[in-house]
Design a protein around this ligand. Structure first.
Ligand code: NCD
Length: 306
């Protein structure tokens, strides 16, 4: 049985297969409409979510399956003190596959050790968010036509942003990838990511504070929200929250084929004035999130459609 805790749980070849499957699902949705008839997905969300939870649910419904779950810790027995391991033992009796989001790093990993169904990590604290990475990879592939030889700017909260951490883990396995880390000093990429992932694998990257300085050389700009819920005090958050605002003026500095991604939700970091720019790919990105999660559910349940 397979789980998805980190993008590294799939080899590059397996990722390629999964992305190809997602593209086929987008092109021929009818072919897959009954692939999961009779199967159930449980979504166990101990932290707020709109896209991640509902796109997993939409994915299972599009495949003909059914869904169940909870969308906050207070509406589950976690509020009575139940452990993640006991909850997952329970869910294993009711569903065929589950997606779990939890504020504690490693909680989905604990769950998969006690689970008899595949567990998908739908975000664990500031650690990882592998299904967002699948979404990001599919988006980059669809807008740029490739996943190698590219300069990727990661901007905003690189310290707490789990989507950034997972995306870096996935992208370093492709060739010719360079990163530009764009963040205020206090929200720099954590040491363990810089040393253990980037330096160890000799990945080319630089760190800058000003977004304007990075724009001209980027193929992809990945914007992120300052992760309010992970700050220790409100004051620091307030000081950091509007550090970057991507607007029309800054977009003028970017190449014609530099696409802007964002896992969403956005707060102020992308001005709505660029939503109509053909390079704004973040709304397409959330749509791709459904196809890629359909492909993921099929892969983890080992269901093949001819
Ligand atoms: C992200 C997350 O939850 O980490 N959202 C998402 O799943 N699309 C990003 C964020 O909340 O900033």
């Amino acid at each position: 049985m397979r789980h998805l805790m980190s993008p590294l749980d799939f080899s590059v070849e397996e990722l390629d297969e999964l992305l190809t499957l997602a593209q086929d699902i987008e092109a021929h949705p009818d072919k897959y409409a009954h692939a999961c008839d009779g199967k159930k997905l449980a979504t166990l969300f101990y932290e707020p979510s709109t896209r991640t939870r509902l796109s997993h649910e939409a994915a299972m419904l599009n495949l003909g399956g059914s869904i169940m779950g909870f969308s906050s810790a207070d509406s589950s027995s976690a509020a009575k003190g139940e452990s993640v391991s006991d909850t997952i033992r329970t869910i294993s009796c009711y569903a065929d596959i589950c997606a779990m989001r939890h504020p504690k790093e490693g909680a989905p990993m604990v769950a998969c050790q006690h689970s008899s169904i595949p567990v998908i990590n739908a975000g664990d604290g500031g650690h990882q968010h592998p299904t967002q990475t699948l979404t990001d990879l599919l988006t980059i592939l669809n807008v740029k036509g490739r996943l190698n030889n590219m300069t990727i700017g990661l901007c905003g909260d690189l310290k707490f942003g789990r989507t950034v951490h997972s995306l870096i883990h996935a992208l370093v396995r492709y060739t010719g990838i360079k990163f530009v880390m764009i963040s205020p000093e206090e929200l720099r990429l954590p040491d363990y990511m810089r040393h253990d992932v980037l330096d160890k694998q000799n990945i080319s990257y630089k760190e800058v504070v000003r977004l304007e300085d990075a724009m001209p050389e980027l193929d992809i700009l990945y914007m992120t929200r300052v992760q309010k819920e992970r700050f220790f005090n409100e004051e620091d958050y307030v000081r950091m929250k509007d550090f970057y605002i991507l607007d029309k003026k800054k977009m003028k500095l970017a190449p014609e084929d530099m696409y802007v991604l964002h896992p969403l939700p956005r707060v102020n970091e992308i001005s709505v004035e660029i939503d109509d720019d053909p390079r704004a790919a973040y709304f397409k990105q959330m749509q791709y999130g459904v196809y890629v999660r359909m492909a993921l559910i099929l892969t983890l349940l080992d269901i093949h459609v001819d």
